[in-house]
Design a protein around this ligand. Structure first.
Ligand code: GLA
Length: 409
């Protein structure tokens, strides 16, 4: 072949290959874009608390449809996350294989259906070699998996810590974080190592939320032999971690059990109110297809959710601890303040509270002697008083009174 033709042929081949590679190689996500995800605590639904390993395409689609139709989406819930057990194997090239019987149309189809409903799609994996249910984990396959998730259209990854083979937690989560950025898709990374390696100290910028507790169970005050805990235990584990929460990086007090198990109305209201005070992610974990009216009322209380989603992103502080009686406060972006009186005890709390005796040292410009604030009950949806007067109320056992204070002009 004449040299000129050889050069032309080489140029054509190069152009062709470059085109193919350009198509294959995703544009990496910038660090600043990655960090900007989850500006407010993520809200969604996760399959684990109610369904465990019993997940399928049918179930997930029904749940997505229920989220869209029930008022949950309208209240701000957006992620539909399949927890453990969707994956069964790796193929000869090491690609993760979803259960073909339970997910017959594949994950891309599922993601597309969920996106068509205006929702976002999440999956679960594990930094170890196996997930907590013994399915293939992502160790050694992080970049391959992240690329695969991106191709499917995944928006959220819950990343667990079973079978971790003694890895360094920070490094393990950093690897998946880099893999997500390299995939080019904005995927929220939920660090799920149960608070064992103090993820609040290193998680910002690596992931967007980190579990600070063992697994929750649908009970108010309980600790199981295998490590499961109740609502109060989750609150206490999160209580002192307020300096670490903020836009893009949240303490995860565990998924919600509202609508599951034996939690009473007051306990469920406490559970939800306190997760909102703590700026904790709100991942519902009940069957959205058959919610009773009360469950829906709790999960979609927009005034309480507004406290959770407040753009300032401050986590509440327990500023008065009187044994079974606690007072929590969360400064909000507009200068207002959310206050939650929480009764842990078995007797009702006859509250008779003098605002003027209190200094909220952590909230700038809050002075009950200098200014008056209206006191709005976020569960009754009405103003119940003013900080110039004493606040009198009866708070049931295991219940709360959650109010929002607005300065009067
Ligand atoms: C761990 C996690 C749970 C759940 C299960 C699934 O226990 O903490 O939230 O994801 O694994 O196996």
């Amino acid at each position: 072949m004449k040299p000129i033709y050889r050069i032309l042929l080489m140029a054509a081949l190069w152009g062709c290959c470059a085109g193919v590679f350009a198509q294959e190689k995703p544009q990496p996500l910038s660090d600043s874009l990655y960090r900007s995800l989850a500006a407010t605590p993520p809200m969604g639904w996760n399959s684990w608390n109610k369904f465990g390993c019993n997940v399928s395409e049918k179930l997930i689609l029904e749940m997505a449809e229920a989220m869209a139709a029930s008022g949950m989406a309208d209240a701000g819930y957006e992620y539909i996350v399949i927890d453990d057990c969707w994956q069964v194997d790796r193929d000869a090239d090491g690609n993760i294989v979803p259960d073909p019987e339970r997910f017959p149309s594949g994950m891309k189809y599922l993601a597309d259906q969920i996106h068509q409903l205006g929702l976002k799609f999440g999956v679960y994996s594990c930094a170890g070699s196996y997930t907590c249910q013994g399915r293939p984990g992502s160790k050694g396959h992080q970049f391959q998996d992240a690329l695969q998730y991106a191709k499917w259209g995944v928006d959220y990854l819950k990343y667990d810590w079973c079978s971790n083979d003694g890895q360094n937690a920070r490094a393990a989560y950093q690897t998946m974080s880099e893999a997500i950025k390299a995939s080019g898709r904005p995927i929220v990374l939920s660090i799920c190592e149960w608070g064992e390696n103090k993820p609040w100290e290193w998680g910002e910028g690596i992931g967007h939320l980190w579990r600070v507790t063992p697994d929750i169970r649908a009970c108010y005050d309980c600790v199981f032999d295998w490590g499961g805990v109740g609502v109060l235990q989750c609150i206490d584990a999160d209580a002192e971690l307020y300096p670490f929460a903020g836009p893009g990086h949240w303490n995860d007090a565990e998924m919600l059990e509202v609508g599951n198990g034996e939690l009473s109305w007051d306990e469920s209201v406490t559970h939800f109110s306190m997760w909102c005070m703590l700026a904790a992610p709100l991942m519902s974990g009940n069957d959205l297809r058959e919610m009773d009216y009360k469950t829906l009322q709790i999960l979609t209380n927009k005034e309480v959710i507004a406290v959770n989603q407040d753009p300032l992103g401050r986590q509440a502080i327990r500023f008065m601890d009187m044994g079974d009686r606690e007072i929590w406060a969360k400064p909000l972006a507009d200068g207002e303040i959310a206050v939650c009186f929480m009764n842990r005890g078995r007797d009702e709390w006859k509250l008779d509270y003098n605002w003027r005796d209190q200094t909220m040292y952590f909230a700038r410009d809050v002075n009950f002697r200098k200014w008056n604030y209206s006191v709005r009950d976020l569960w009754q949806h009405k103003v119940i008083g003013n900080t110039k007067d004493r606040l009198k109320a009866v708070i049931p056992a295991h219940g709360v009174l959650m109010v929002r204070l607005a300065k009067e002009s």
